[in-house]
Design a binder for this molecule. Structure first.
Ligand code: NAD
Length: 294
C-alpha cells in the first residue's frame, strides 16, 4: 500500500479517492472547494493545506480536474515539489495537446507519467468500475495499473503519451453521434405511429443495435434504469458531452481528420446546452429534437 496525493476531489475525484482509501492506501487530498474537502475527509482522505503539501509525501499523484488549463497549472506548481520519480496519473478529460504538455512537465522533473481518463461516470466512480484509457510509457503504465485497480472495472493501455485522451474523445464522439441517431429514430417512429417498445424490440436485436439504444435508451420504458425513466437526471450531463465533442473537434481540426457528423453533434449539443440544459442528461437531446419537428 502506498501514499497517494489526490488533487481535485469533485463529483468524480471524491468517490475515486474513497475507493483508494478502502483499498488501504493513504490518500492525501487537496481541492479548492471546502465543501468537497469535507466530503473527502468523511471518506478517510487526509486533507492537506495545498497541492504542494500533498505531493511532497506521495509516491503517486492523481489529478481529477475540469480541463487542460487546470491540469497544466497544477503540474507546473507540483512537479518540482514531488519526490524524484513520483508517478503522475492525470484522469481528467482534457485535450490531447495539453495532455502531452503535462507529460513533458512531469518527465522534465524526472517523474513517470500517464494520462488515464475514464468513462463510467459518477456511478462507476462510486462502484469502482470505471474504464481507464491510459496513455504513456510501458513502465509507467505497469506502475499505474495496481494503483488504478481499486477504482477500475477495466484498464486499457492505448499507446504513448496522450493516447488515453485520444481514445476517450474518439469514444465519446461515437457516443454523442449515436445518441442523436437513436433519438432521431424514436422521434421519427413517434411520427409514424410506431411504439417505442416496438422500435426497441426490433432495433435492439437488429443492425441498429448500439449502447445508446440498449443500455441508455433515450425514451422511458424499454431500458428501465436509463435516465429517460428519471426525468433525464444525469447520468452524464449534456455540458460534459458538449465538452468532449468540442475536444474531439479541436483534435480533428489539428490532425486534419474529417468528422462531419462529430461537428454536427457538437453543434446540436451546443444548442441544447444554450437552452439551459447543461445539467440535463445528454440523452435528453431527444426532447430538443422533438421540439424541432414539424
Ligand atoms: P467537478 O467540477 O465536480 O470536480 C473538479 C474539481 O476540481 C472541483 O472540486 C474543483 O474545485 C477542483 N479544482 C479545480 N481546480 C483546482 C486546483 N487548481 N486545485 C485543486 N482542485 C481544483 O468535475 P468532475 O465531474 O469530478 O469531473 C472531473 C473530470 O472528470 C473532468 O475532466 C470531467 O470531464 C471528467 N469526467 C467526468 C465524468 C462525470 O460523469 N462527471 C465522467 C467522466 C469524466
Amino acid at each position: 500500500m502506498t501514499t497517494i496525493a489526490f488533487i481535485g476531489l469533485g463529483n468524480m475525484g471524491n468517490p475515486m479517492a474513497a475507493n483508494l482509501v478502502k483499498a488501504g492506501h493513504t490518500v492525501l487530498g487537496f481541492d479548492l472547494m471546502p465543501e468537497n474537502l469535507a466530503v473527502a475527509k468523511e471518506h478517510g482522505v487526509t486533507i492537506m493545506a495545498d497541492a504542494g503539501a500533498a505531493v511532497k509525501e506521495a509516491e503517486t499523484v492523481i489529478t481529477m480536474l475540469p480541463a487542460g488549463k487546470h491540469v497544466l497549472s497544477v503540474y507546473e506548481d507540483i512537479a518540482a515539489k514531488a519526490k524524484k520519480a513520483t508517478l503522475f496519473i492525470d484522469s481528467s478529460t482534457i485535450d490531447v495537446e495539453s495532455a502531452r504538455k503535462a507529460h513533458a512537465i512531469a518527465q522534465k522533473h524526472g517523474h513517470a507519467s500517464i494520462d488515464a481518463p475514464v468513462s463510467g461516470g459518477t456511478g462507476g466512480a462510486a462502484a469502482g468500475s470505471l474504464t481507464f484509457m491510459a496513455g504513456g510509457r510501458k513502465d509507467a503504465f505497469a506502475r499505474a495499473e495496481p494503483i488504478l485497480e481499486p477504482m477500475a472495472g477495466r484498464i486499457v493501455h492505448c499507446g504513448d503519451d496522450g493516447a488515453g485522451q485520444a481514445a476517450k474523445i474518439c469514444n465519446n464522439m461515437i457516443l454523442g453521434i449515436s445518441m442523436i441517431g437513436v433519438s432521431e429514430a424514436f422521434v421519427l417512429a413517434e411520427k409514424l405511429g410506431l411504439s417505442h417498445q416496438a422500435l426497441f424490440d426490433v432495433a435492439s436485436t437488429a443492425s441498429g443495435q448500439c449502447w445508446s439504444l440498449t443500455s441508455y435508451c433515450p425514451v422511458p420504458g424499454p431500458v428501465p434504469n436509463s435516465p429517460a425513466n428519471k426525468d433525464y437526471k444525469p447520468g452524464f450531463a449534456a455540458a460534459l458531452m458538449l465538452k468532449d465533442l468540442k475536444l474531439a473537434q479541436e483534435a480533428a481540426q489539428a490532425a486534419g481528420a474529417a468528422t462531419p457528423l462529430g461537428a454536427e453533434a457538437a453543434q446540436l449539443y451546443n444548442l441544447f446546452n444554450q437552452q439551459g440544459n447543461g445539467g440535463v442528461d445528454f440523452s435528453g437531446i431527444i426532447g430538443f429534437l422533438r421540439g424541432h419537428s414539424a
